[in-house]
Design a protein around this ligand. Structure first.
Ligand code: C5P
Length: 398
């Protein structure tokens, strides 16, 4: 997917903190995604990483001083933000949050923030010792900057460079990028609660064997990320996959269809939208063994009997007050006919069809959306692009 940050001009401000070393990597990632990065550093930041490093990584001269003569009108605090799309301060120190909260203008970066156009978004990624973060004055200043419209990314909890542990670690560069990508996405699902099932289920034969379906989980995880980026409060209920959990999305891990059913039913009351992407096994082994089934020297094979699993989507659609339900159908042929029929059979407003063998495990897919008005194709694209398009289509319909 082409990043939303491609072509965006980001003013990247560094303040004093050991997390500056991670921002070198962040800067490189922004450039790789196609952003233009203008680095501005406070004097304290230059104690942790050199302007030369940031210049080499950003490909632009780095400004550290209000009185830099390289800007001909001597007004870097004005000029640097006039064609910018965002300011990101990372790491953002305790002192810099204090300066933002009080409108201080005693160096280039703080002056530039005050002098930014009112419509220019300002994001900060705080990084500090746990006691500094929890200090009442810091919390007062954080609350103030939030009230003033500054977006605060993190911080996270964990081990700190000082040797202490707790809240105050800067988000990792990839998490800051996820926040930044989301910041440029329209919040079409703001505040909506979205529950998503993804991946396959695994039905035990015995403690070491089982049957499963072909599903990597990529489509469901991409939809979870797209829904979070669109402002939804997302919960992902996932069968076994090898995927990283999308940033910002809590993931409940299950194995069997019954566990997935129970996890969905426990959450469904609070949901506005349910998207069933999981490839749920239709049957489970009725006579699963508690102990490993031994091979016999006679070569006997176990006789498995099956019993149907609950249809999770149908159970949700049958609730007295169901959320907006979206189902998936992986067919091997006749997608248009089967998809339309499946939507009616499942009694849901929207069904997403795809051809199974074209999508399993792949990064690309093509979808057909079926609703009461007919069908609509989403042509071949990577799964994240399709997930974004699907979320847009869902938000138009709810
Ligand atoms: O009936 P079929 O399995 O083709 O339906 C697929 C849709 O129903 C998908 O959205 C899938 O997640 C959902 N489903 C379910 N529980 C099942 C079987 C399918 O939620 N037991």
């Amino acid at each position: 997917m082409i990043s939303r940050l491609a072509g965006k001009k980001i003013v990247l401000g560094l303040t004093g903190g050991i997390a500056c070393y991670k921002v070198a990597d962040l800067c490189r990632s922004l450039i790789k995604l196609g952003a233009q990065v203008q680095v501005v550093m406070t004097q304290s930041a230059t104690q942790f990483i050199t302007p030369v490093t940031m210049q080499a990584l950003s490909g632009n001269v780095v400004y550290t001083d209000q009185w830099d003569a390289r800007i001909t009108n001597n007004m870097p605090h004005i000029d640097l933000t006039r064609d910018a799309d965002a300011i990101l301060i990372a790491p953002c120190s305790t002192n810099f949050i204090y300066k933002l909260a009080h409108g201080a203008c005693d160096d280039l970066l703080s002056t530039l923030c005050i002098a930014r156009p009112a419509t220019l978004p300002l994001f900060i990624a705080p990084a500090m010792n746990v006691e500094m973060w929890s200090n009442a004055a810091t919390q007062r200043n954080v609350a103030q900057v939030k009230q003033d419209g500054v977006n605060v990314f993190g911080p996270a909890a964990g081990d700190q460079a000082c040797g202490e542990t707790g809240m105050g670690r800067m988000l990792e560069p990839e998490q800051i990028l996820a926040e930044l990508e989301a910041a440029f996405q329209a919040k079409t699902l703001a505040g909506k609660r979205v529950l998503i099932t993804a991946g396959p289920t695994f039905e035990a034969i015995d403690p070491v064997r089982g049957i499963t379906n072909l599903s990597s989980g990529k489509m469901g995880y991409a939809i979870a990320q797209a829904a979070w980026e669109a402002g939804a409060i997302v919960t992902l209920i996932s069968g076994p996959t090898a995927l990283n959990t999308p940033y910002g999305v809590p993931r409940l891990q299950v194995q069997s269809a019954q566990q997935m059913h129970d996890a969905v039913m426990a959450q469904i009351g609070a949901q506005d939208i349910f998207i069933a992407v999981a490839a749920v096994a239709d049957w489970r082994v009725a006579n699963a063994s508690d102990q490993k089934i031994k091979k016999t020297s006679e070569g006997d094979t176990p006789q498995l009997t099956f019993t149907p699993n609950p249809d999770i989507l149908a159970s949700v659609a049958a609730l007295a007050k169901p959320p907006y339900c979206v189902g998936f159908a992986a067919e091997s042929e006749n997608l248009l006919a089967y998809g339309a029929a499946k939507r009616i059979k499942k009694n849901i407003p929207l069904l997403v069809g795809n051809i199974g063998h074209q999508t399993f495990g792949k990064d690309e897919n093509e979808l057909v959306l079926f609703d009461a008005d007919g069908h609509q194709a989403l042509p071949k694209a990577d799964k994240q692009t399709l997930a974004n398009q699907l979320i847009t289509e869902i938000s138009k319909r709810i």
